[in-house]
Ligand binder design. Structure first.
Ligand code: PLP
Length: 463
């Protein structure tokens, strides 16, 4: 007999559903609660932005009451209490890159307009994996990528995606290079990857994750300006070819993490073309300096690369979680990342717009384009250009002031906004006392804060 919906069993079921529904209603707060919550959250956010510049660059130590002191429980906490816990256990310690005392070079301030964009991205929960689900959002991401493409000087064939950061963007680039050049398991051991000792470690990691750990890797020495020594690379390529090996990938940096150096990209492009190798450029940090007229020439050759990573969460000042990958021949990126499945059959491919899910490892993802689009719409490009120019000028000013101070040695002329320096003392040894003392002072006073590195066997500080 058909169930009429009125049987005792179904009535019990309806009662249970109503009970569960009533209790889950907390997840959909009423407008008044939303208003209150929004006001409290925004107050905290504005307070943070007001204080950020004057707070120490680093505050060491965790309070005795840390985040674990308030366990997740069945009935939850009031929002104001949760915000208080958050402020005291998370926001009040660690690194504050937006502080006036932070001399570490990669700016990580975040933009308020991006924060508002993130709010709208989360409230709307716009699905940006496929064009069918949100044509407008996918169009926005593609528009942002076209803006990056034009900045780099790539052609219309370019495709890319906004990733969570430079590491994931680099991984996609390496996988695309591997597939485009047909480096399958039987060819890995004869394939050679060229970079410098200052190539960012995310690329070494990407090479390993992409299954290329057994490829031959050549760390080409650096010249006096910490750039890849092109003559040595040229010789190495010729030698490898003569030995029956296959030059597969040349990686150049447009702004290294150690010293901010830009490799001679044009010459690397020549060598890649000659040896039919893939040419990848890591411009994660340096790329946005292309916006500054007087710096643009230093990137000559970037437009000839096969793939490039530029991170908006570095020198475009966006909040963390925004990387960018561009591949000159977009079809190759698509070939490495496109997939279909039976449950995807209704998500028809758009003829007009490529979908991020076909161009990246992700399917469901944050609406990242919005946090880039809103500030660019609101501010235009002029203040970004000016902010980057200011960083270049500040670096010059820093060096001029350091030159006036006795006892310091400055590294080579910086290509961008990183400059290296160290204390010039007879006691200077690889375990240099100066940066250690410097860092100790940073921890104690939280100001100023710079990062140390070891570009040559000595430790130096970077500002
Ligand atoms: C030059 C360079 N490349 C790549 C990366 C990795 O980017 P992410 O930290 O966004 O994964 C960094 C990060 O500091 C970097 O400085």
């Amino acid at each position: 007999m058909a169930d009429t919906g009125g049987s005792p069993r179904s009535l019990d079921l309806l009662e249970a559903i109503a009970e569960a529904e009533a209790s889950s209603k907390a997840l959909e707060p009423r407008t008044e609660s939303c208003d209150q919550w929004t006001a409290s959250t925004v107050r905290l956010g504005l307070d943070l932005t007001d204080r950020m510049h004057s707070l120490p660059a680093y505050r060491a130590g965790l309070p005795a009451e840390n985040i674990r002191s308030w366990p997740i429980r069945e009935d939850g906490y009031a929002l104001d209490e949760a915000l208080r816990i958050l402020a005291s256990t998370v926001f009040d310690n660690g690194l504050n890159p937006a502080s006036g005392g932070h001399l570490g070079y990669i700016p990580g301030g975040g933009l308020y307009a991006s924060a508002l964009a993130d709010y709208l991205a989360a409230v709307s929960n716009t699905y940006t994996g496929i064009h069918y689900a949100s044509p407008g959002a996918v169009q926005m991401e593609n528009m942002m990528l076209e803006w990056l493409r034009d900045l780099v000087g790539y052609p219309a064939t370019t495709a890319g995606h906004l990733a969570s950061g430079g590491s994931i963007a680099s991984l996609s680039a390496i996988v695309t290079a591997r597939d485009a050049l047909g480096i399958r398991s039987d060819r890995i051991r004869e394939s050679v990857i060229y970079g410098s000792a200052h190539m960012h470690h995310c690329l070494r990691k990407a090479i390993r994750i992409a299954g290329l750990a057994e490829a031959i890797r050549r760390d080409i020495p650096l010249d006096a300006d910490y750039r890849i020594e092109v003559a040595t690379l040229r010789e190495q390529l010729a030698h490898d070819r003569a030995s029956g090996l296959r030059p597969f990938l040349i990686i150049g940096s447009a702004g290294t993490t150690d010293t901010g150096a830009i490799d001679p990209l044009d010459e690397l492009a020549d060598l890649a073309a000659k040896h039919e190798a893939w040419f990848h450029v890591d411009a994660a940090y340096g790329g946005f300096f292309l916006l500054v007229d007087e710096a643009r020439g230093r990137f000559k050759g970037i437009e000839r690369s096969d793939s490039v990573v530029v991170d908006p969460h570095k020198a475009l000042f966006l909040p963390y979680g925004t990387g960018g990958l561009l591949v000159r021949d977009g079809q190759k990126l698509f070939d490495s990342h496109h997939y279909t499945a039976n449950y995807m059959q209704d998500a028809l491919q758009s003829v007009d717009e490529l979908s991020p899910a076909d161009l990246s490892p992700e399917l469901t993802r944050h609406f990242r384009a919005l946090r880039m689009w809103l500030p660019l719409m609101l501010h235009g490009t002029a203040p970004f250009r000016a902010a980057l120019r200011e960083k270049l000028l500040l670096t010059r000013y820093f060096r001029e002031r350091m030159r006036e101070m006795p006892g310091f040695l400055l590294g080579p002329e910086p290509a961008l906004s990183v400059t290296i320096y160290r204390l010039d003392t007879p006691t200077t040894s690889p375990a240099l006392p100066f940066p250690t003392a410097w860092r100790a002072s940073c921890s104690e006073h939280g100001f100023p804060h710079s990062w140390q590195s070891q570009p040559r066997p000595r430790v130096v500080s970077r500002g």
